[in-house]
Design a protein around this ligand. Sequence first.
Ligand SMILES: NC(=O)c1ccc[n+]([C@@H]2O[C@H](COP(=O)([O-])OP(=O)(O)OC[C@H]3O[C@@H](n4cnc5c(N)ncnc54)[C@H](OP(=O)(O)O)[C@@H]3O)[C@@H](O)[C@H]2O)c1
Length: 270
Amino acid sequence: MVKVAILGSGNIGSSLISSAISRGYEVIGTGRTDVTLRRVLELGAKATSNNQEAISTSDLILISVKPQHFPDLVRGTTRNIWRDKVVVSVMAGVRLETLKRIMEGASVFRAMPNINATVKMSTTALTGDGRGKELVETFFKGLGSTYWINEDFMDVWTALIGSGPAFVSEIIDSLVLGAVASGMPRELAYSAVLDMLEGTARNLRSHKGHPAEVRDNVITPAGTTIRGLKVMEEKGVKAALIETVESASKRASELGRVIDGRIKEDTERW
Ligand SMILES: NC(=O)c1ccc[n+]([C@@H]2O[C@H](COP(=O)([O-])OP(=O)(O)OC[C@H]3O[C@@H](n4cnc5c(N)ncnc54)[C@H](OP(=O)(O)O)[C@@H]3O)[C@@H](O)[C@H]2O)c1
C-alpha cells in the first residue's frame, strides 16, 4: 500500500486526505495546531505535527502549506530526509527549480488543483518529470481530471482553472439575477442554470467543434438568442472575459516571482 504524507492539512490538504483515504492509501497528515490535527484524525488519517516523521514514513509526499510557511517547514527537516522521495508541491508560484534545489535527491513535481477538489472534480495541472510520475498521476486522478502541462503555463492555469470557479460563479449569479429581474423565483433559476451549464459542457465536449458552432445552432433569425447576444456584444462581455483571464494570469506571474524569490532567500542558508 502506498504511504502518503500530506504536509499542511488545511483546505486543499483536507481534500487530498479525504480523496486518499477513500481510495485506500495509508495517510499521515501534518499541521501545527490541535485544531488541524483533530481535523486530520476525523478524516481517518494519522496526524502529527512532526513533518520529519511524516516524510520518513511515507513514499509520496504532498506539500500543501501556504508558500510563506514553507521555509519554516523546510528548516524543521534534515537535508537527507527528502532523498529518494517522490514529492509534489501544490503551492502556487513556487518553481520546480527552487523546489529541486531545496529537496536534493527527491523526484519533484508540481500540481495545481482547484477548489472543485472538494467534490472530487478538480481540474488539476501536473508538471515535472522522472521517477514516480505514474504514482503522482494516479493520485491526482482521484481528485478529478489531470493534465500534464509545461511549467511555463502554470500561471495561466492558475488564472483560468484556479480562479475559474470564481469567474464562472460570478457569471452564473448574473444569469440568475437576469431571470429574477424577469420574474422567475431565484431557487428555480439557480437550479435550472446549473443543469443547463452541465448540459452545455457535455454538449460542447461531444460536439468537438468550435463553441461558436453550438452557439449558432441556438440562434433563430430575429429570435430570442440573437437579441441577447447583441447585448453581450454591445456591453463588451467577450472582451471583458478575455481581459479577466489575461489580467489574472499576469497577477499570478507577479505573485509567483515574489513568492519564489522570497523562498529562495529564506532557504539559502538552510
Ligand atoms: N485553496 C485552493 O483552492 C488552492 C488551490 C491550489 C493550490 N493551493 C495551494 O495550496 C496551499 C494551501 O492552501 P490552503 O488554501 O489549503 O491553505 P490553508 O487552508 O491555510 O492550509 C495550510 C495548512 O498548512 C498548515 N501548516 C502551516 N505551516 C505548517 C508547518 N510548518 N507544518 C505543517 N503544517 C503547516 C496549517 O495548519 P495550522 O493551522 O495547524 O498551522 C494549515 O492547515 C497553498 O500553497 C496554495 O497556494 C490552494
